[in-house]
Design a protein around this ligand. Structure first.
Ligand SMILES: [Zn+2]
Length: 264
């Protein structure tokens, strides 16, 4: 069997006991705020259930152990660049030796609730972690003229390289939205992989320019999380069906066909 992977998409981690609807920054959506205890349990489940947990680099280098091909590996990602991902998530990831990539909208670096340059630099020095681009201003790249899209890509890449010294650069498209044009511009400007929010299982046939991901939400119970990791499960299919249907409806409303993904 060919290797496959589920790419989990986290946003902010919320401290336990946070008031309902609390967000760390105006950029955040409370539905994406996974509580610290829930996140810790989820990372522990990945290890207890023996999942092969990979970094994006390992997937790209095809370093999936052959004996693990019978079920998808798991890749952990974070979007936006919240300070909670450094302060709360990274220590948990380190405890369980789980690699992760943090996609940062560079225009928000150092603003309230977001990671600072120093935190990003320290994160990138940890061999478990890498930093990627989530654009500069978090505008949806599909809505921008090519020159503005190119600026988002080039400026965010330059800032991250200056902070981290990293060479490899991957992109998580804001809102998960990409188009053929966005993918072409990203590739031309030196991005290696593009992550979307299109639901599904990643296989080698997908290539690297439209990687599907699964959002982990505040509402996910421990059982939901385990079902999310089983593509054959009912919950996975239902979740996929609902989100694909929502995308279709939004796409029709916008008259642009089926977008890759819709961030509320
Ligand atoms: Zn985002």
């Amino acid at each position: 069997m060919a290797p496959s992977a589920l790419v989990l998409m986290y946003h902010q981690i919320t401290p336990d006991g946070s008031p309902e609807g609390w967000i760390p920054s105006p950029l955040a959506d409370p539905r994406y705020g996974v509580g610290l205890s829930a996140f810790t349990r989820q990372m522990s489940v990945l290890r207890e259930h023996g999942f092969s947990v990979l970094s994006l680099d390992e997937w790209i280098a095809r370093k999936v152990p052959a004996e693990k091909h019978h079920r998808p590996a798991v890749i952990v990602t974070f979007d936006d660049g919240y300070e909670s991902d450094w302060r709360l998530a990274a220590p948990v990831l380190s405890t369980f030796a789980i690699p992760a990539t943090f996609f940062v909208s560079t225009g928000f670096i150092g603003s309230a609730g977001m990671m600072t340059e120093d935190q990003l630099s320290r994160l990138s020095r940890d061999p478990l972690f890498s930093v990627g681009s989530h654009g500069e201003t978090h505008r949806f790249l599909t809505t921008l003229p090519p020159d503005a899209c190119r600026l988002e890509l080039v400026r965010s890449m330059g800032r991250i390289r200056a902070i981290t010294g990293q060479d490899n650069m991957d992109l998580s498209a804001p809102g998960g939205r990409i188009s053929r044009q966005v993918a072409a511009l990203a590739e031309e400007n030196g991005f290696r992989a593009i992550l979307t929010s299109k639901p599904g299982v990643l296989t080698p046939e997908d290539g690297l320019l439209a990687i599907p991901r699964l959002p982990v939400l505040k509402e996910h119970s421990p059982d939901d999380f385990i079902r999310l990791l089983d593509p054959s499960s009912w919950a996975f299919q239902k979740d996929r069906w609902i989100r694909t249907a929502k995308q279709g409806i939004r796409g029709m409303a916008l008259g642009i066909g089926l977008p890759e993904r819709v961030r509320p």
